[in-house]
Structures are given as structure tokens and as C-alpha cells.
Ligand binder design. Structure first.
Ligand SMILES: Nc1ncnc2c1ncn2[C@@H]1O[C@H](COP(=O)(O)OP(=O)(O)OP(=O)(O)O)[C@@H](O)[C@H]1O
Ligand SMILES: [Mg+2]
Length: 275
């Protein structure tokens, strides 16, 4: 049996009506994956698409906190299918709703990747235009399982310009390439800080590290996002500045996904995820 058929058989039933699945990856922690995954989901929803968001990070499930979700809100049907929550108009599910923050997570790698797969495949996603997966940091079991078993349309890489982040992002890119999953593009985050009253940009973590990495791998540079001051204790997704950046960023991603899909070949798993 060839690879494409094999992959087709493995697509969980609950993901069959999901048109595009986008994984947000960075091998390095704390570079802004969760913030970017959430803002991308919100921007796509604002453009009129039907969007889902999965927080696949069991060790630090930020989305459940950002979207004020409580485990008690989850509804699981008799046949063990989970109904996603509706948060900001987005279908949302998080590992954080299953393992709450008071419960120390001591699961081993294979158990975690099994749980992430279960979460994705037992959620009643229904018809979605885009499902965004916020992944945990690293290049371990969970990332490998997501890349191998979920029919990703493509991935978005997030890095800061720092050397330590770039070298980790390089590991992530190599892993994704090895598995022949398309990379939609790279977002350089925390690129600079520019005070409101200043003309000067401060390149706190070095300049153009992500841009150069994108050029090295011939990946589209989707954006260089500045560090944004969180005023009045607001989260990033409540700030106009980030919304404005994602207006065009989301359009770029939509266009690049179309390109990725038009280049599809039989050996790439995501070819099967059309309606
Ligand atoms: N451009 C930015 N400006 C200001 N703060 C930012 C920016 N991007 C991310 N942050 C903040 O940095 C912190 C880390 O971001 P986030 O949690 O999204 O990173 P992550 O890559 O998902 O981390 P982890 O690997 O732990 O999951 C958060 O408090 C987030 O709000
Ligand atoms: Mg995160």
C-alpha cells in the first residue's frame, strides 16, 4: 500500500471535515508560539472563516489560561467524543482542560503524545476551514507524533532573533523537512522594541536572526513582529497593535496555504485532507 493511501486511512474521523490544519512550531520555548497561534486563529475567524484551536502543550497549556477556560466546561458524550468549547467564536480544546494546573504533570513522552492524539481525534471538530495547533516547545515525542500522524497542511515556524532560538528553530525545521511536511513560513517574533515616543528601534535580541534563517532555508518570512508593551494588564490578543499586524499576516498565510496545496503530491500526507 502506498504512503498516501496509508495516511488517508489513518486520518481520524473527527478531522475529515477540517480543510486545513496548521501546526505552529518552534523548538525553543517562550518565543511566542501560543500568542501567535491564538492571534492567527482570531484573525482568521475575524475574516469570516470557521476556525478551531488546539493547545497541545500538556506541560504549559497557556491557551486555557488565555481563553479563561475551566475543565468543568468540557462536555464529553457517551461515546467519549469531546465537544470543543466556543471561545471568542473559535472551537477550542486544550490539554490544560484535561490536566489542570493544580495537577502536576508527570506523564512520560509516549503517554503525552498518545494523549495529544486522543485529544485531537476525539474532539468533535465538525466543519472547519482552519484548525490551528499550538505545539509545545522541543523536538520530542509530541512534535514527532503530530508531524507523523496528523495530516498537517503545513507548519508555521516561530523564532526570536536570538542565536539560541535560531539554533533550536533550525533543529525544528530539519525535523519537519525530514518528514516532508510543508513549511508555510517563518515568523520572527520579539524582533525589536520601539517606545511610543521614539523613532529608534532597539534590537534587544539581535537583528534579523529569523529573517536570515528563513533565507537560509528558502522559507517565506511571514513577519518580523516587535515586542509589544502589555498595557493595562491586557494580554497580547487584546491589543490593537497585534491585531493590525495579523490583518496582513493572516492573508499571507491563507495565500501560502493555497500555494502549498496546489503543489501537493501523492507522497505528502496532507493531500488527503480535502472535503
Ligand atoms: N511580540 C510580543 N510582544 C510582547 N510579548 C510577547 C510577544 N510575543 C509573545 N509575548 C509574550 O511572551 C510570553 C511567552 O509567549 P508564549 O507563551 O506565546 O510563548 P511560547 O513559545 O508559546 O512558550 P512555550 O514554549 O512555553 O509554550 C507570553 O507572556 C506572551 O504574551
Ligand atoms: Mg506555548
Amino acid at each position: 500500500m502506498n504512503q498516501a493511501v496509508n495516511n488517508k486511512l489513518r486520518i481520524p474521523e473527527t478531522l475529515r471535515k477540517v480543510k486545513n490544519i496548521v501546526g505552529v512550531f518552534s523548538a525553543k520555548g517562550g518565543v511566542g508560539k501560543s500568542a501567535i497561534a491564538l492571534q492567527l486563529a482570531i484573525s482568521l475567524k475575524d475574516k469570516g472563516y470557521v476556525v478551531g484551536l488546539v493547545d497541545a502543550d500538556i506541560y504549559g497549556p497557556s491557551q486555557a489560561v488565555l481563553l479563561n477556560s475551566e475543565p468543568g466546561e468540557l462536555k464529553i458524550t457517551d461515546n467519549k467524543i469531546i465537544e470543543p468549547l466556543n471561545k471568542e467564536g473559535i472551537s477550542f480544546i486544550s490539554m490544560g482542560l484535561i490536566s489542570n494546573e493544580k495537577m502536576p504533570v508527570i506523564w512520560r513522552g509516549p503517554m503525552v503524545s498518545g494523549a495529544v492524539m486522543q485529544l485531537l481525534s476525539q474532539t468533535n471538530w465538525g466543519e472547519l476551514d482552519y484548525l490551528i495547533i499550538d505545539t509545545p516547545p522541543g523536538t520530542g515525542d509530541v512534535q514527532l507524533t503530530l508531524l507523523q500522524k496528523i495530516p498537517l497542511t503545513g507548519t508555521v515556524i516561530v523564532t526570536t532573533p536570538q542565536n539560541v532560538s535560531i539554533s533550536d528553530a533550525r533543529k525544528g525545521i530539519e525535523m519537519i523537512k525530514k518528514l516532508s511536511i510543508p513549511i508555510i513560513g517563518l515568523i520572527e517574533n520579539m524582533s525589536w522594541f520601539q517606545p511610543d515616543d521614539s523613532e529608534k528601534k532597539y534590537f534587544l535580541f539581535g537583528k534579523d536572526g529569523g529573517k536570515d534563517l528563513a533565507a537560509e532555508y528558502k522559507i517565506s518570512l511571514l513577519a518580523q513582529l516587535p515586542l509589544i508593551e502589555k498595557k493595562d494588564n491586557k494580554e497580547l490578543h487584546d491589543l490593537d497593535q497585534i491585531k493590525a499586524s495579523f490583518e496582513t499576516l493572516a492573508d499571507k498565510i491563507i495565500e501560502l496555504i493555497k500555494k502549498v496545496r496546489s503543489k501537493k503530491v501523492d507522497s505528502i500526507p496532507q493531500t488527503n485532507v480535502t472535503k
